[in-house]
Design a protein around this ligand. Structure first.
Ligand code: HEM
Ligand code: NAG
Ligand code: NAG
Ligand code: NAG
Ligand code: NAG
Ligand code: NAG
Ligand code: NAG
Ligand code: NAG
Length: 328
């Protein structure tokens, strides 16, 4: 993997001088706004950091929002649209019930618009804000974000439900879901590491505690002591208000490789987490990613691939004036 990446980099470097563009994801580019809005990325970062400084839960919200955006119609900010009465939008879909951070995106957009009106897309703002929020404690960018995305004009709840993987998915379903976005098994394991930060609602995993096969039983693949802890938090199957940290090992706000360590201790919160141990190849990758510097390197690569899913570029789509509604 490392080797391949290095060779690719080398090939890119050689080709770069003669054929600009070959090594870009789609037609996204590094610093797309350097002429049209030179301070855009700086503004996104400073507004994001201002918010994260007072809300350490924000990185998890923005990272998940970017993931959801990219998996439905591609990274084109459809996740940010509010319903206009013409049917339910992505925000209204079940997986979105717990998304938040929309107000932060709106705040960033307002600051960017003040500097350069109608230039910077909401899709790019979301991609940058996800990166910048996670990077805040590290004081440097944890992955590169190419820019030049444009905003879509459609959002539907139906599509969100059909495209976002569910927490009860098994390995095959997860792999197929990622393959449908041209993401590999490796990307699946690496990006699942996003669950090193943030929280999960009880009802999304409590069947593992109380009724795994419909016989009032517990998921045998879940560590029994951890299951007891979870039961002490989640008192019933239908509890949709209580939340627990997804990473029980240390600080659930800390972006690190501990997701893989707890997974190997059978403390993955969702069935979709535990499922990564049910396949030989993916289990091997889980073990490799316990190494934090390897996880960070691989996460950067996979985020770049996720951030390029079905992007709108060139003259496609539009640059929204407000992230919550399409231009009229
Ligand atoms: C592999 C398939 C995935 C499934 C089935 C899945 C499922 C879930 C579920 C059910 C939650 C809990 C939501 C809640 O109860 O509020 C969650 C949270 C989260 N997910 Fe995923 N997810 C997946 C992949 C990803 C990816 C690729 C990322 C980003 C790289 C990601 C980042 C997050 C984050 C940061 C949270 C915490 C959100 C918060 O604290 O509010 N997930 N995920
Ligand atoms: C759009 O929806 C969000 C919640 O999804 C809400 O907080 C916000 O006020 C709405 N914005 C407008 C302008 O209606
Ligand atoms: C995964 O789930 C699908 C759909 O429910 C099912 O057809 C398949 O048999 C399951 N695969 C495994 C390995 O359990
Ligand atoms: C995946 O790649 C194929 C072949 O290049 C392409 O036709 C398809 O649109 C891609 N799908 C996504 C979701 O990017
Ligand atoms: C457990 O699942 C079975 C089968 O789906 C169902 O009949 C039963 O009502 C469930 N038990 C509880 C307590 O919900
Ligand atoms: C939580 O469950 C209650 C009772 O089943 C239901 O009325 C409510 O709409 C649910 N809330 C959410 C956010 O799903
Ligand atoms: C983690 O991987 C890096 C290189 O990928 C290596 O230099 C380092 O020794 C590894 N750390 C551990 C604890 O194995
Ligand atoms: C955060 C967010 O936008 N949540 C919305 C999810 O969808 C429901 C309707 O199904 C809205 O009431 C929430 O505001």
């Amino acid at each position: 993997m490392k080797m391949q990446t290095n060779i690719l980099l080398l090939v890119c470097l050689v080709l770069f001088t003669s054929f600009l563009g070959v090594c870009q994801a789609g037609s996204l580019r590094k610093n797309f706004y350097h002429k049209t809005c030179p301070r855009a990325e700086q503004i996104v970062k400073s507004v994001t950091w201002k918010h994260v400084a007072s809300n350490p839960n924000l990185p998890a919200k923005l990272l998940r929002m970017h993931f959801h955006d990219c998996f439905v119609r591609g990274c084109e900010a459809s996740v940010l649209l509010n319903s206009t009465g013409n049917g339910p939008v992505e925000k209204d879909a079940i997986p979105n019930l717990t998304l938040s951070g929309f107000d932060v995106v709106d705040d960033i957009k307002a600051a960017v618009e003040k500097e350069c009106e109608g230039v910077v897309s909401c899709a790019d703002i979301l991609a940058l804000a996800a990166r910048d929020s996670v990077s805040f404690p590290f004081h440097h960018p944890m992955w590169k974000v190419l820019t030049g995305r444009r905003d879509g004009i459609v959002s539907s709840r139906f599509e969100a439900l059909a495209n976002i993987p569910a927490p009860f998915f098994n390995f095959t379903q997860l792999k197929n879901n990622f393959a449908s976005k041209n993401l590999t098994l490796h990307d699946l394991v690496v990006l699942s590491g996003g669950h090193t930060i943030g929280i999960g609602h009880c009802n999304l995993f409590s069947s593992r505690l109380y009724n795994f096969t419909g016989k009032g039983d517990q998921d045998p693949s879940l560590d029994p002591k951890y299951a007891n802890f979870l039961k002490s938090k989640c008192k019933s199957l239908g509890d949709n208000t209580t939340t627990v940290p997804m990473d029980p090992s240390n600080n659930f706000q800390k972006f690190d490789s501990s997701y893989y360590s707890i997974l190997l201790q059978n403390k993955g919160l969702f069935q979709s987490d535990a499922a990564l141990l049910t396949n030989k190849q993916s289990k091997k990758t889980v073990k490799e990613l316990v190494n934090q510097s390897d996880f960070f390197t691989e996460f950067a690569q996979s985020m770049k691939r996720m951030g390029a899913i079905q992007v709108l570029t060139g003259k496609a789509g539009e640059i929204r004036k407000h992230c919550w509604k399409v231009n009229s």
